[in-house]
Design a protein around this ligand. Structure first.
Ligand SMILES: Nc1nc2c(ncn2[C@@H]2O[C@H](COP(=O)(O)OP(=O)(O)OP(=O)(O)O)[C@@H](O)[C@H]2O)c(=O)[nH]1
Ligand SMILES: [Mg+2]
Ligand SMILES: [Zn+2]
Length: 322
């Protein structure tokens, strides 16, 4: 194909955009950050490329949140202009979503992340099983692998840590105990993050920023400070931001995750409590909510201590909040 033919094809594909002479084939990249009008796309170079979204990409329904951080996109980097164009959204493997405003039911915080890092301290601030269980549901809904980090181990005794560690390990969750001043668990954590896209979550003050700083002391990026507001007006970063790790992989910091409620239907919540699964379908009433109904096998399992009261309470309060 000569250049003229290529041009013809290209201009017929992109009716709204003027073509230029140095046509670059579409290439793929990962959206690592976005502002109101721009998407920063990592294409494996030192700096992400600035891209805009093509006006007709989501016909008749051009919504701000159609492309999220973590999305893989096909882009056209036009040499003659300052910004490239996003041509196509590639299928998503995973997503972390939350409910949003009217007419905009789903807001994707992060796409394609592999691991949800749930950081929880046992003390200062105290352990909140309700929050941890919410994050576990979110990971399950979005097909992310949960990794529970019990932080600030230096402030607690083994007797306090062990039951929590054992409970979550019994649910199939990887659990890591860390302490920054004692350098505990840091090497294992660094290994677990290598090559993966990990999303950082957890209550304020549990030590997320301290962990990242201790894991990567030479890294100039300080998670949790950059993401708050890194600009003004249309250049303000919204939602999540993805940072390439020095050793490969990415870490995603998202301010939106602090007050996060998973996007799940009430009647499907029980499927996301893994230890409930073997009992499901055996309650007397079809569609049992496992709260007030008689002859509920889940409640019986709680009485028989096959399901902990703590997890059952988390289920009930999350159910009521949905
Ligand atoms: N004893 C002890 N203190 C820690 C540890 N990790 C962090 N801290 C302290 O806990 C406080 C909060 O730590 P941060 O890393 O700022 O917590 P964060 O989760 O990033 O908090 P937000 O940014 O508000 O969400 C700081 O005073 C840290 O020095 C730890 O392993 N042990
Ligand atoms: Mg922080
Ligand atoms: Zn039931």
């Amino acid at each position: 194909m000569n250049i003229e033919q290529k041009e013809k094809i290209s201009s017929s594909n992109r009716k709204t955009e003027p073509h230029d002479f140095q046509i670059k084939l579409p290439q793929t990249g990962i959206v690592v950050r976005r502002t109101k009008s721009f998407y920063y796309v990592d294409v494996g170079e030192a700096e992400p490329r600035l891209c805009r979204i093509r006006g007709n990409l989501f016909k008749g329904n051009l919504h701000q949140n159609k492309i999220a951080v973590g999305d893989e996109v096909e882009i056209d980097l036009k040499v003659a202009e300052d910004a490239g164009w996003i041509l196509r959204l590639l299928p998503r493997r995973t997503k972390l979503s939350r409910r949003s405003g009217i007419g905009f039911p789903e807001q994707i915080l992060v796409s394609n992340a592999d691991i949800l890092l749930i950081v929880a301290s046992l003390r200062d601030p105290p352990f909140r099983e309700g929050l941890v269980d919410r994050f576990l549901v979110a990971a399950s809904c979005g097909s992310l692998e949960p990794l529970l980090i019990l932080s600030k181990a230096d402030l607690s005794t083994d007797a306090e840590i062990t039951p929590i560690k054992e409970l979550y390990a019994s649910l199939g969750c990887t659990v890591l105990v860390t302490s920054v001043p004692e350098s505990k668990g840091l090497d294992s954590l660094r290994e677990l993050l290598r090559g993966s896209i990990s999303v950082l979550s957890g209550h304020s003050g549990v030590g997320k920023s301290s962990l990242i700083a201790a894991l990567f002391p030479d890294w100039e990026i300080r998670i949790g400070q950059v993401s708050k507001k890194s600009g003004k007006g249309r250049h303000t970063t919204i939602m999540a931001e993805m940072f390439p790790l020095p050793q490969g992989g990415f870490i995603v910091d998202t301010p939106g995750i602090r007050e996060f409620a998973p996007l799940v239907k009430q009647e499907e919540l029980d499927k996301h409590f893994v230890e409930f699964i073997p009992f499901l379908g055996q309650c007397k009433f079809k569609g049992c909510s496992h709260r007030h109904e008689p002859q509920c096998i889940i409640k019986e399992a709680v009485t028989a201590e096959k399901i902990t009261e703590q997890r059952y309470n988390s289920y009930c309060s999350l159910y009521d909040s949905l």
